[in-house]
Design a protein around this ligand. Structure first.
Ligand code: AMP
Ligand code: GLY
Length: 415
């Protein structure tokens, strides 16, 4: 019998998840809560918010959902997996406790320290004076991270003691971020990459490597964002580096979580950096990356439902990947990641394939409009980075949306 799936979330990541499930011969019905205007073409969107756990639970039970797939971190940190499991409902994602790998930087750093996982040296502070003294005793370049769920925004890579001091003031004295607690860590220099692995206990199913570009403007300038473009595979990540990342980071972390009585099920996403030729951990996420998922899942040639289902049960499953490169460029509303333009009209996107909607809606006349800072991810395949990039650029030229902007250099430096 065909499977019924509920996907939770409303961004480009969830659109790519829905799209990959839609290609599965086993899947008969897909709902997405709450979804967006692009997702609505491939799934039935239901008006339940991603963190309304009680309503999601009731929906899954009443509609006999076979598997629920959680996109964003907020419902995971709120314990959606625990709630579903307690009712015997199948769900893909980590428990609230295991999701602390993402929701608490301090938890993740301490676990890595206990198990000698390669990562930047660090210390945690809640007192401003102590933190400042520690910073001033070290090099000018230092990284300050707010400890808590801050959607990638609570990180300051300071290039001077003055910058570091300002960040510590914001986080520990002004209470701008809520509870004041920071991790101060060593600055690592090198190219970054994203290694998402599906995990069940000590079992690890690696996904294709991707690279995300987080800065808002060309040349990696401007403020950090949720991600402005991505591609997969990543040429500088050789098989040897990938193997090292698996053997020195992902496998031992999965094992450490089991040994410590906090087994992980779901996507363990390693945000890694190649520091002097050695992969080290910048951060972990407890979910699929956004926008990495939009360039990784289109490369999956095998059955995505089978992979998730096997992972939930701990069965073996070898995903198969297209060797082609996928590259995606984000169209964002002018002003993003600050205050941004609203209700931008978008024309010409719907005839194109490989478009993943991140924040869109339809107005009363059925017209497609932006409904967020990041609006859509335009992806294309190609034999290599430069071909994928020119294909994606050609697609963007076919979209008419004054009021949106994008980076023009995604994948350019490595091509
Ligand atoms: P995070 O939210 O921890 O991923 O940090 C956001 C970004 O800050 C990362 O993608 C890196 O570019 C940068 N970053 C974080 N930690 C470090 C570090 N220890 N050394 C260098 N850059 C870092
Ligand atoms: N692309 C970074 C993230 O998903 O957090």
């Amino acid at each position: 019998m065909g499977k019924k799936v509920l996907v939770i979330g409303s961004g480009g990541r969830e659109h790519a998840i829905v799209d990959a499930l839609d290609r599965s011969p086993q899947v008969e019905k897909i709902w997405c809560a709450p979804g967006n205007a692009g997702i609505a073409a491939q799934a039935e969107c239901v008006e339940i918010g991603a963190t309304d756990i009680d309503s999601l639970l009731r929906f899954a039970r009443e509609n006999e959902v076979d598997l629920t797939v959680v996109g964003p971190e907020a419902p995971l940190a709120a314990g959606i997996v625990d709630a579903f499991r307690a009712e015997g409902l199948r769900i893909f994602g980590p428990t609230r406790e295991a999701a602390r790998m993402e929701s608490s930087k301090e938890y993740a750093k301490d676990l890595m320290a206990r198990h000698s996982i390669p990562t930047a040296a660090y210390r945690t502070f809640s007192d401003f004076d102590e933190a400042l003294e520690y910073v001033k005793a070290g090099p000018q370049e230092i990284v300050i991270k707010y400890d808590g769920l801050a959607a990638g925004k609570g990180v300051v890579v300071a290039m001077s003691h003055a910058e570091a001091e300002a960040a510590l003031r914001d986080m520990l004295l002004d209470e701008q971020f809520g509870k004041g607690r920071v991790v101060v860590e060593e600055f690592l220099d090198g190219p970054e990459f994203s290694f998402m692995c599906i995990v069940n206990g000590t079992k690890v199913y690696p996904l294709a490597i991707a690279r995300d570009h987080k800065r808002a403007y060309d040349g990696d300038e401007g403020p950090n964002t949720g991600g402005m473009g991505a591609y997969s595979p990543v040429p500088f990540v050789t098989d040897e580096i990938r193997r090292a990342a698996l053997e020195t980071i992902i496998n031992p972390v999965a094992k450490a979580l089991v040994v410590e009585g906090n087994p992980f099920t779901g996507v363990l996403y390693g945000g890694l950096i190649l520091h002097r030729g050695v992969p080290k951990v910048i951060e972990f996420n407890a979910r699929f990356g956004d926008p990495e998922t939009e360039v990784v899942l289109p490369r999956l040639e095998s059955d995505f439902y089978e992979l998730l289902d096997a992972a939930v049960d701990g069965r073996d499953c070898e995903p198969r990947w297209s060797p082609a490169t996928r590259l995606g460029i984000v169209l964002a509303a002018e002003g993003y990641p600050g205050a941004y333009r609203k209700d931008v009209v978008i024309k010409g996107a719907e005839a194109l394939e490989g478009i993943y909607h991140m924040g869109t809606k339809r107005d009363e006349n059925g017209e497609l409009k932006s409904a967020g800072g990041r609006v859509m991810m335009v992806t294309s395949a190609g034999a290599d980075l430069s071909e994928a990039r020119s294909n994606a650029t050609a697609k963007i030229e076919a979209i008419e949306a004054p009021g949106l902007f994008h980076r023009t250099d995604i994948g350019a430096k490595e091509a």
